[in-house]
Design a protein around this ligand. Structure first.
Ligand code: SF4
Length: 479
């Protein structure tokens, strides 16, 4: 035996080995959205292809959808064109489309797991680099390019190289105020943004075992930011409980058999890995990025590192980051003034993220100079949050409660930074211009940290605000 989940799932879905050394891999679940699919359907038409298994592809709209109104046509002509294209393509090729009227619309990586489409032991592909999110359920899930979207539509297969596997074990336990987002930012900081190139990341250890499914999704989501095309957590009883009863989960009469198979897909206890990394959960602090890639991150209680402290090949990027961000080595990240706070995205736009952010929002009011947005990851998340009254908590604290979508994560819709604004963001990329302004600046952090920064008007350590066991909060209600 001695096989990892990656190898088991790969072997179970391998059609054949190709002369190129790649595998022809069968894809169990294909997810599409409006941005990377139009050209793929265009190629399908030009080449006279039909969709081989239309029941294995599901569509949603997330990137371009406005979060203030669903009024059609959209004011952005290009966005309206993409929306019309995915509507027509799904209709003509027989694909189920979760549009705003379906009640299921949402970010593609929020919607797949919450509908039970994503299941353990599956291969999942989507024309989006954060498809690694689905690995939280014990699936082999990765992003693909537009021509590969066409390949999956036409053949349900991909020609792809098998990655090596690095086991990342996060041992011990996290301290209060430290979240899954801090764990993955810490991993990327430790291993580098290119450290995972050629690898699948298998996350494990006591910290991952204790995490909820939504927390595991946050970790797997950002695998790609560490260079790994995919990341996963071995399925366990939490995974099975999560999938059970969801709309596309196996029906009750097949569930026991499914659980047996899902269990068999988990890595063997003595599985062989190409590399093993161990990290101590207790050493992780609330983490904030200061630069222009997610690896340029520090604990909130640290000062910004000197450019000379980086390896020679990273020094130029560090200097570029300091110039772009207008931050200075040796100064604390804590206290950096922000203009915008964004809570949402496929990394941190789920119910548990909103709950943690609301816990902080209850402690005060958004600073007068800050614009703060909360964008649920899906319509289902929005409904659940509203049923708990979270929207009222956010609104009372001065946050805008928006309709679901990707929003300011990528700013392909009207939610954009303006000029040199600095945004505390729960999203996953802090690249130059990522949030809609070519000179806008992004500080990545957990949703609770974003909420805390919104109240303070600057980066702050959320642990100073959160109530400790049995103690009153350190920040007065309605301050
Ligand atoms: S939320 Fe951001 S990272 Fe996720 S799918 Fe949308 S644009 Fe991509």
């Amino acid at each position: 035996m001695r096989k990892s989940l990656l190898d088991k799932v790969w072997d179970a879905h391998s059609v054949r080995e190709l002369p190129s050394g790649q595998t022809q891999l069968f894809i169990g679940l294909h997810l599409i959205h409006e941005v990377t699919s139009p050209q793929a359907f265009q190629m399908m038409r030009e080449q006279g292809f039909t969709v081989l298994f239309p029941e294995r592809t599901f569509a949603t709209v997330d990137h371009i959808i406005p979060t203030d109104t669903r009024q059609r046509p959209y004011s952005d002509v290009q966005a309206e064109g993409m929306m019309s294209a995915i509507e027509r393509n799904c209709r003509e090729f027989g694909i189920q489309f979760f549009d705003a009227a379906s009640g299921h619309q949402g970010i593609v990586h929020v919607l797949g797991p919450e509908l039970g489409l994503t299941q353990p032991g599956m291969t999942v592909a989507c024309g989006d680099s954060h498809t690694s999110t689905h690995g939280a359920l014990g699936a082999v899930a990765f992003g693909i390019g537009t021509s590969q979207v066409r390949d999956v539509l036409a053949s349900q297969c991909l020609a792809i190289e098998r990655p090596k596997v690095r086991r990342i074990s996060v041992d011990g336990s996290l301290r209060p105020g430290v979240y899954a987002k801090d764990v993955i930012l810490h991993i990327i900081r430790s291993l580098g943004v290119k450290g995972g190139v050629g690898y699948a990341y298998e996350y494990g250890g006591a910290v991952l075992e204790r995490m909820s499914m939504e927390e595991r999704m946050t970790v797997c989501n950002m695998s790609i930011e560490g260079g790994a095309r995919l990341g996963y957590v071995n399925p366990d009883h939490k995974t099975f409980d999560y999938v059970r009863g969801r709309e596309f989960a196996p029906p009750a009469e097949h569930l026991d058999a499914a659980v047996v198979w899902w269990t068999s897909m988990a890595s063997d206890p003595d599985a062989a890995y190409h590399d093993v990394i161990r990290l101590d959960g207790a050493s992780i602090a609330p983490t904030v990025t200061w630069g222009i890639n997610p690896g340029q991150a520090i604990g909130v209680d640290e000062t910004l590192p000197a450019a000379e402290s980086f390896p020679a090949d990273e020094r130029a990027v560090a200097e570029d980051a300091y110039a772009y961000m207008d931050l200075r080595p040796g100064t604390p990240i804590r206290g950096t003034r922000i203009d915008v706070a964004f809570i949402g995205s496929c990394t941190n736009g789920r119910l548990s993220d909103l709950r943690e952010a609301a816990r902080v929002a209850r402690l005060g009011h958004v600073a007068p100079h800050v614009r703060a947005l909360v964008v649920p990851g899906s319509q289902a998340v929005a409904r659940a949050a509203e049923a708990e009254g979270l929207h009222d908590v956010f609104r009372a604290a001065g946050f805008e409660w928006r309709l679901p979508g990707c929003s300011m994560c990528l700013a392909m819709n009207p939610d954009k930074l303006v000029g040199r604004q600095i945004c505390a963001s729960s999203s996953n990329r802090n690249f130059k211009g990522r949030q809609g302004s070519p000179s806008g600046r992004t500080l990545l952090m957990s949703p609770a940290m974003v909420a805390a920064a919104a109240l303070e008007g600057a980066v702050v350590d959320v642990r100073e605000l959160l109530p400790k066991n049995g103690e009153a909060p350190t920040r007065a209600e309605n301050e």
